[in-house]
Ligand binder design. Structure first.
Ligand SMILES: [Zn+2]
Length: 158
């Protein structure tokens, strides 16, 4: 027994001395964007140096699960041009709306006398751009606006 060895074993090494290469640990995975189970790949002086994610098999530096909060917050507003990340339900409507409007060939200014067809994009003075979905009656179209679906009067279907 060495006289001084016990000093080295106290402190930082103590908490991880059960872990070795091949052990399972929880680590933050940047690819999975959450805390997942990892295999330890490389140990360095009693600390976990490199891990492999069991979910996506990515190898990366060990990141303590407690770092999750710091990483998750900037990762959340990932969608391009997200103005209101808090409203999840409207976000999907908005995404659908953006796609419909982006696909539009030309804009038709809205008026009750204008005639529309499914697939047209109208420019409404109040609601903004809207993608015409379908006729819900002979003179009413269902239109997807950023706020959601609305029924609008228009010229009778031809
Ligand atoms: Zn992963």
């Amino acid at each position: 027994m060495a006289f001084f060895s016990t000093r080295y074993n106290l402190g930082s090494v103590m908490s991880q001395n059960q872990i070795q290469a091949g052990s399972s640990v929880e680590s933050l995975c940047k690819r999975c964007k959450t805390v997942t189970d990892h295999h330890v790949v490389v140990m360095d002086k009693g600390r976990i140096a490199k891990v492999e994610c069991k979910i996506c098999l990515a190898r990366h530096a060990y990141q303590s699960p407690s770092a999750e909060v710091k990483i998750k917050q900037p990762a959340a507003p990932k969608a391009p041009r997200t103005t209101s990340p808090s409203r999840k339900q409207s976000a999907s409507v908005e995404a659908q709306w953006e796609k419909s409007v982006a696909d539009a060939g030309s804009l038709v200014p809205y008026s009750m006398a204008a005639s529309f067809r499914a697939g047209d994009v109208m420019d409404h003075p109040v609601f903004g751009l809207g993608a015409v979905q379908k006729f819900v009656s002979f003179n009413t179209v269902e239109v997807l606006f950023r706020d959601g679906l609305k029924n609008l009067r228009c010229a009778p279907r031809k």
